[in-house]
Design a protein around this ligand. Structure first.
Ligand SMILES: NC(=O)c1ccc[n+]([C@@H]2O[C@H](COP(=O)([O-])OP(=O)(O)OC[C@H]3O[C@@H](n4cnc5c(N)ncnc54)[C@H](O)[C@@H]3O)[C@@H](O)[C@H]2O)c1
Length: 251
């Protein structure tokens, strides 16, 4: 399998910066909550606060969508939900396969939040023959022998890897070989993929390490006369698009 990580430009071809794309799901989450409460319109300030984003940044982001709101009225909640969903490609159904149905894979399969956002778990795949045919979240687990056929039969373009780290590259290669072009990797390893394949990595332990760093810094700031401790750590630490630490990172 060809290797080499995908390097995305900071701006996608359609002119929406990656940083804006990363904030769209935050707006969508806040807007969906408003929609569920039947709130018809929202100001940029209210929405920015609900999404945890600076309001000037929000207005700039929405200008890329061609959405400027109405002075004195704000943004139409339902229309904005539609616009952002369309921009993110969520107005269509995305069949997803999960590979590695252990503790994490089973938890992901049971997570209802995927389906409600347009991601249908089409198949569960595991290398353990003892698991074949056993239902998890109502879906029978299938053996890795059939991985390529499962991908093709279900028209899958997004794969989730929840195998041990040592198996992740091989699983990734097979997924890509079968036509998968987007991978969400939970295994603690860096995956090599050919150009045109997107990999996103989720690592909760890294998030905890970043929080530990901040905790350490807070403790350092509270300790009078210990400037040497606070000065030894950089001021600018990794932040997410909305100012908090990101859970999903580029691979
Ligand atoms: N990113 C995170 O925040 C996070 C959190 C927890 C776990 N993890 C990682 O997720 C992975 C799974 O963790 P877990 O606790 O569910 O492990 P687990 O041992 O419970 O499950 C792993 C599953 O993968 C299957 N498997 C092994 N090799 C395979 C292969 N080649 N093809 C298909 N399936 C295969 C095993 O049969 C098993 O069912 C590990 O890499 C772990 O480090 C990541």
């Amino acid at each position: 399998m060809a290797t080499g990580r995908t390097h995305r430009p900071a701006t996608r071809s359609r002119g929406i910066p990656e940083a804006t794309v990363a904030r769209l799901p935050l707006y969508l989450r806040a807007l969906t909550a408003l929609s569920e409460r039947s709130v018809p319109t929202v100001s940029s300030e209210e929405l920015a606060a609900a999404a945890g984003v600076n309001s000037a940044k929000l207005r700039k982001d929405f200008s890329y969508l061609g959405s400027y709101g109405t002075r004195g009225v704000g943004y139409d909640v339902e229309y904005l939900v539609y616009q952002i969903s369309r921009e993110l490609g969520l107005t269509q159904d995305w069949p997803v396969v999960i590979v590695g149905i252990g503790n994490l894979g089973a938890a992901l399969a049971n997570y209802g939040g995927f389906a409600s956002r347009g991601f249908r778990v089409a198949a569960l795949i595991d290398a353990d023959p003892a698991m074949a045919g056993k239902p998890v979240a109502g879906i029978p687990v299938q053996h890795t022998d059939d991985l390529e056929k499962i991908i093709k039969d279900n028209g899958v373009s997004i794969g989730v890897i929840a195998t041990p780290a040592g198996a992740a590259q091989q699983v990734c290669d097979r997924l890509v070989g079968a036509g998968v072009t987007s991978i969400l990797n939970f295994a603690p390893t860096v995956l090599s993929v050919p150009d045109g394949v997107d990999v996103r990595k989720v690592d909760l332990s890294i998030e905890l390490q970043i929080l530990a760093f901040h905790e350490q810094r807070k403790a350092g700031e509270e300790t009078a006369g210990e400037e040497a401790v606070t000065a030894s750590v950089p001021k600018n630490t990794p932040k997410g698009p909305d100012g908090d630490v990101p859970v999903v990172m580029p691979a």
